[in-house]
Design a protein around this ligand. Structure first.
Ligand SMILES: [Cu+2]
Ligand SMILES: [Zn+2]
Length: 170
């Protein structure tokens, strides 16, 4: 009887410990990219750990409607029209842009963000390969002008083109 109570207590302690440590979140300030420094604010991107991977919840405004590529880039800077952020985060040196659902490509490949007709974006997207914010801390997160084919063909890096909006994950 005592033993059972003790096991229940241990179970509760483990559950509390895992619940508090697993579900971290952080809010990233997002700004338009400009040639020198950082451009105007367009809102935030909330990054949350979930049992299914990282969830990215935009709270953005003032953007062009439609699909936009979203990636983690390798340097913690948004300057020089976003070019200071460097390439897609690729710790395994895959050299391949394959999107968020393929283990063989860039680890920083995320799902497309959709901007509504009124220029806002609020729909969350899930990146199942990334489990913890610590895996992408101190890197840049980038929204491109165009969409993302999750492939290097017909155009490299998903074909999203110019770097439009950027933030540093801290
Ligand atoms: Cu990118
Ligand atoms: Zn990529």
């Amino acid at each position: 009887m005592l033993n059972l109570k003790f096991r229940k207590l241990i179970g509760a302690v483990i559950w509390l410990a895992s619940a508090s440590s697993v579900l971290a979140e952080t809010t990233v300030s997002m700004n338009m990219t400009i040639e020198s420094g950082v451009g105007q604010s367009v809102g935030t991107l909330l990054i949350s750990e979930t049992p299914y991977g990282l969830l990215f919840t935009p709270n953005l405004h003032g953007l062009t409607a439609g699909a936009h590529g979203l990636h983690v880039h390798q340097n913690p800077s948004c300057e020089k029209n976003g070019m200071a952020a460097g390439g897609h985060f690729d710790p395994q040196n895959s050299g391949s842009h394959l999107g968020p659902y393929n283990d063989k490509g860039h680890f920083g490949d995320l799902p497309i963000v959709t901007v509504n007709a009124d220029g806002t974006a609020t729909t969350p997207v899930l990146a199942p390969r990334i489990r913890h914010i610590t895996e992408i801390n101190n890197l840049a997160i980038m929204i491109h002008n165009g969409g993302d084919t999750y492939s290097d063909v017909p155009n490299k890096l998903g074909g999203g083109g110019a770097r439009m909006v950027c933030g540093v994950i801290q």
